[in-house]
Design a protein around this ligand. Structure first.
Ligand SMILES: Nc1ncnc2c1ncn2[C@@H]1O[C@H](COP(=O)(O)OP(=O)(O)OP(=O)(O)O)[C@@H](O)[C@H]1O
Length: 310
């Protein structure tokens, strides 16, 4: 397990990160979500031993990584936000260079380069110089470089910012496969709520340098509400039906307009069969039924009063 305990970073007395507690269990996929300037990059720079914390601890299986950075560096892959590639070199040559940083060479390095190029889908372009690559391909190569030494933990800092949808999907799929198939532990920072919702088992929400909420998606969503919003589309509207619906156990509020009905009900109330039965009694049909569940975006809005992207 990797854990950060009361991690803080101040730049010239100005808070960037304060009292961050965070852990990654082996094999987990964890999201670190927050708007620009929230402190995500600073947090992961400290976790990856690139930046010294002002205070706090980071432990890898109980061992202090600030005092002994070697252990974590061996098993950690970091994909930084800024591209760290040589534009004049080919994809292959870039990977060869990064491999040498990890002290890899010979057959082991060749094998690893082949494998990571396959993972990110760049085998066909390995001989091309990086300056001819699209933004998305460069990001994929950046990921490949972080994977060369087969890290057990992979930290990605907003890897999909500013790239085309196809490359974005490719990256998300790659990260998912690394986690689900290879068991790589993932820490994924993003300000795209839907990516974190899609990829991560657990989420930390960060704002102004602090963790303001943490938990599984379900736990975070439960902060928001104990209610479900159900929307019905009806074949016709009948006031008696609306009045009748209000009497159903678990229903808190009913709003009817034209052929639509919005029902606020206690979370988890299983109402569909009862509503269908009731509509039948009133000689009406339910044409459409759906439950609107709140998103993590709504949770962020609820906690901060702001949207994630401004
Ligand atoms: N080297 C530095 N010197 C001074 N201030 C810094 C430095 N690095 C970061 N900061 C400040 O710390 C705060 C957190 O920045 P950080 O880059 O960690 O946020 P972030 O959540 O990663 O945002 P982004 O999504 O824009 O990268 C910001 O106010 C930033 O200006």
């Amino acid at each position: 397990m990797l854990e950060a305990i009361r991690l803080s970073k101040f730049f010239k007395g100005k808070k960037a990160v304060q009292d961050v507690n965070l852990y990654l269990d082996n094999g987990e996929s964890v999201g670190l979500l927050g708007p620009n300037g929230a402190g995500k990059s600073t947090t992961i720079s400290m976790i990856s031993t690139l930046l010294k914390p002002t205070s706090g601890e980071i432990k890898l299986n109980g061992v202090n990584t600030i005092e002994k950075p070697g252990e974590i560096r061996k098993i950690l892959g970091v994909v930084p936000q800024e591209l760290a590639l040589y534009q004049e070199l080919s994809a292959y040559e870039n990977l060869k260079f990064f491999g040498s940083i990890y002290k890899m060479k010979g057959k082991e390095l060749e094998k690893s380069i082949r494998k990571v190029l396959e993972i990110v889908g760049l085998e066909d372009r390995q001989k091309d110089v990086v300056k001819t690559f699209s933004g998305g391909m460069k990001r994929r190569l950046n990921i490949a470089a972080a994977l060369l030494h087969q890290p057990q933990i992979l930290i990605l800092d907003e890897p999909t910012v500013g790239i085309d949808p196809q490359s974005r999907n490719h990256i998300l799929e790659t990260v998912r496969r690394l986690n689900e198939k290879d068991g790589t532990t993932i820490l994924y920072t993003s300000h795209y709520m839907e990516e974190v919702e899609q990829l991560c088992d657990r989420v930390y929400i960060m704002d102004h340098g602090e963790i303001i909420a943490a938990g599984t998606k379900a736990e975070l969503l439960s902060i928001l509400s104990t209610e479900d919003t159900i929307k019905l589309e009806l074949s016709r509207m009948d006031e008696a039906f609306a009045e009748h619906v209000k009497t159903i156990d678990g229903i808190r509020k009913v709003e009817a307009s034209h052929l639509q009905m919005k029902i606020i009900a206690k979370k988890g109330s299983n109402l569909i069969s009862e509503l269908v039965h009731l509509a039948d009694q009133h000689h009406m049909q339910i044409i459409n039924f759906h439950t609107e569940t709140p998103s993590l975006e709504d949770v962020f809005l609820h906690l901060t009063g702001r949207t994630l992207r401004n």
